[in-house]
Structures are given as structure tokens and as C-alpha cells.
Design a protein around this ligand. Structure first.
Ligand code: PGA
Length: 253
């Protein structure tokens, strides 16, 4: 059974389409924050909404973050945002290596570079890992191990505890399909085993492991009760305050 404070992260992706709607969703979540005092809540809106949402995020425990970042501080990188820029507008974490970005060509090496840069700036990296399909032979474990290793090999062991891993099987994202509780428990043990190879079991226990992929108010409780997870990374349901709050409540211990 995990004993760390649970964590639920909302990944809004490229939604909603107006600032007005973004403010409405955020305000509704903010209004209920007393109900989830036992769980950390973080939200990654489209970065363009960050300044406005930061402004209304006063006196709350909700953390705001971004969905991607460029690892360099400034320069000739058209269309990119740097860490100091988003930090100025209240970002305390960044999702890294989401499968939708990896699908567009983001490599393990690029993900690792971003994690190193985030840790230097004391911003929490939320590193997404996950296979596109589960083969009978279990080759997906090799794939996931490579994703984890490429990050850990670049980071000082003392900083491992500052990384959050989100296991998101690609086939479960936005599809309504979930990994089974057995799959999740097995994967959590596997991730911890890989981390233990690099550091100690104690360190492996300190790193938060989230699950993502079609999590909603109706299945979060059962998945969380497996005891294998520190929380969830939520896509679609994070835009529906009632659903999102039900997920948060399911993890409140
Ligand atoms: P989903 O997305 O909850 O809509 O499946 C999860 C994610 O992509 O992080």
C-alpha cells in the first residue's frame, strides 16, 4: 500500500477553446478544493491560459503547470516556450513525453533533456511512459524499461524522488479502455524494479507513480484501491469538473 500524499493531475490538452470556458472550469474545481485537502491537485491547461488562471489561483493548494517545455532558457526556437517564461506565470510542473508528443517524434533523449532542465529549475517533471500495445511475449516491458532508463541515466540519483512517472498505456488513452488492476499492479512493480536497479528500493518507493488512460469518476476508486498507485493523470475527464472532482475524491484518504 502506498503512503505518500495522492496526486491527481488534469491534462487539458488543447482544450477548452476559449479563455472564458477555461476560467469557468478552473473556478468550479477551485470552489471544491476544501473537499480534496488530502490529495494534491495539479492542472496543466494550454499555456496561453496560464497567466489568467494563475491570477485566479490565489489562496489555493492547486498547482498549475504546462504540457510541454523547451529545455533551453531562450533563443531562436520558433513557437517554443522556456522554463523561466512559464515559471514567471506560475507553472510548478510540466508534463513531459506525453504519447501524443512522442507520436509526433519526441524521442527518449529529448524527454531526458527536458527532465534534467526542469529539475534544475525546481519544476516537477511528470514523465509519461507507456506502450502502444501489449504483446504476449511481454516485449512492451523492454520498451517501458528503455523509456525509464533514458531519463534516470541523465539525472543525479538524489533528484530521482522529484520525478513523477505516469504510466499511460497508449491504447487506453481517450479510448474508454482501461488497463486492468492486475496490469497496473504488475507495471507498478516493474517500474519500481527498474528504478531499484539504478538506485535503492527506498528511492524507488519515494517516486510517485500515476496511472492515466480513460480514468473517470466511475473507475478511479477501484483503480486507486489496488494500492499500487499514487494517483492519476487525467485527460478528457479533467475538463468536466464533476468527473474530475469525483476522481480526486476517490483518492482522498
Ligand atoms: P484520457 O487521457 O484520460 O482522456 O484517456 C489521458 C492522457 O492522455 O493523459
Amino acid at each position: 500500500m502506498k503512503h505518500s500524499q495522492p496526486l491527481v493531475i488534469g491534462n487539458w490538452k488543447m482544450n477548452p477553446i476559449s479563455l472564458l470556458d477555461a476560467k469557468k472550469i478552473f473556478s468550479e474545481i477551485k470552489r471544491s478544493q476544501k473537499k480534496f485537502s488530502g490529495t494534491s491537485v495539479m492542472i496543466a491547461p494550454p499555456a496561453i491560459y496560464l497567466p489568467d488562471l494563475s491570477r485566479i489561483n490565489k489562496n489555493t493548494s492547486i498547482q498549475l503547470g504546462v504540457q510541454n517545455i523547451n529545455p533551453l532558457p531562450s533563443g531562436a526556437h520558433t513557437g517554443e516556450l522556456s522554463l523561466p517564461m512559464v515559471q514567471e506565470f506560475g507553472a510548478t510542473f510540466s508534463i513531459i513525453g506525453h504519447s501524443e508528443r512522442r507520436g509526433n517524434g519526441e524521442t527518449n533523449d529529448e524527454v531526458a533533456l527536458k527532465v534534467v532542465s526542469l529539475l534544475k529549475h525546481r519544476i516537477t517533471p511528470v514523465v509519461c511512459i507507456g506502450e502502444s500495445e501489449r504483446d504476449e511475449a511481454g516485449n512492451f516491458f523492454v520498451f517501458i524499461e528503455a523509456q525509464i532508463k533514458s531519463v534516470l541515466s541523465q539525472v543525479p540519483k538524489t533528484r530521482y524522488k522529484d520525478i513523477v512517472f505516469a504510466y499511460e498505456p497508449i491504447w487506453a488513452i481517450g479510448t474508454g479502455k482501461n488497463a486492468t488492476i492486475d496490469d497496473i499492479m504488475e507495471m507498478q512493480l516493474f517500474i519500481q524494479k527498474v528504478i531499484t536497479k539504478f538506485a535503492s528500493r527506498t528511492t524507488a518507493n519515494q517516486i510517485k507513480i500515476l496511472y492515466g488512460g480513460s480514468v473517470h469518476g466511475g473507475n478511479a476508486g477501484l483503480l486507486f484501491q489496488s494500492g499500487a498507485l499514487d494517483g492519476f493523470l487525467v485527460g478528457g475527464a479533467s475538463l468536466k469538473p464533476t468527473e474530475f472532482l469525483a476522481i480526486v475524491t476517490a483518492t482522498t484518504i
